[in-house]
Design a protein around this ligand. Sequence first.
Ligand code: XIL
Length: 309
Amino acid sequence: MAEQRGILIGTAVEPLPLRADADYAQTIPREFNLLTSENVLKMGPLRPDLLTYYFQEADFLVDFAESNGMKVRGHTLVWHNQLPEWLTNRTYSPSEMTWILNDHITTVMDHYKGRIWAWDVVNEAVLDDGSLRPTVFLQALGPEYIEKAFRWAHAADPDALLFYNDYGAEGLNEKSDAIYTLVKDLVERDVPIDGVGLQMHVDIAFPPNPADVAANILRLSALGLQVQITEMDVVTSGDPADAERQAEIYAEMLQVCLEAPACTAFETWGFTDRYTWQGTQTAPLLFDAQYQPKLAYFALRDVLSRPTP
Ligand code: XIL
């Protein structure tokens, strides 16, 4: 149904349940045509030491996606979390850090050249107040680390779509204003960036305002950028009575995406409440822990089957 509406529909995936849980493995290609590596392409898991790349787990996911005709989002090349200890344990000079980051981006993207459709090149570089997050990369290289990362990424795989991805910047606020300004500057200086990912980790008590999200997507698309919903989940109190409101929030965000030509993918951060970083008791996803589709699942199908006004 998503394909008919011109968007991809995706989920984050982990290799452990993919190997061990047949229901998990069967649900993914049945329901989704886009897959994101939830953890295995992050620098920590991937880089036990400066010279070693541990690609086995990510290869397994990419092979699985390909053999099931699914596209892949690579997550993520430059992020302040889940970094290897050898990187955070000491200070690196600007030239050392330039080498490390360039080598990382180039080696990883080259390994998957032509096989990963879109990359989250830079993840969560902006704080809620709109300033740049102090990270090892900012400390060593200054604000230019962001554009350098995009340039190295484009050189490594010119066909991959390159994204800036962040949370809490779905609607209109100081943070989304700052991200808009950041990517506008990149676009104006011909830095190769293709889009912005809106993570969309949402709590049922504070859902994003649909009109604000639409306005944010519209201003980003006016820069010539794509927008993707990249990590949606909707945390509840765990009370089954929350399921209805949760379904509405999922439906509202998918509707906003469908109404925006620039919005090319809608992805959830996992799909079963059995395995979720938010904790099973918060029941944030589309299927319950026994793989039964929830109201949110049917609400998304409903939106996809309804013609856009
Ligand atoms: C989360 C994973 O889901 C967890 O398994 C891991 O322990 C921590 O990271 N924003 C992101 C994702 O960009 O990479 C994060 O994923 C969730 C928040």
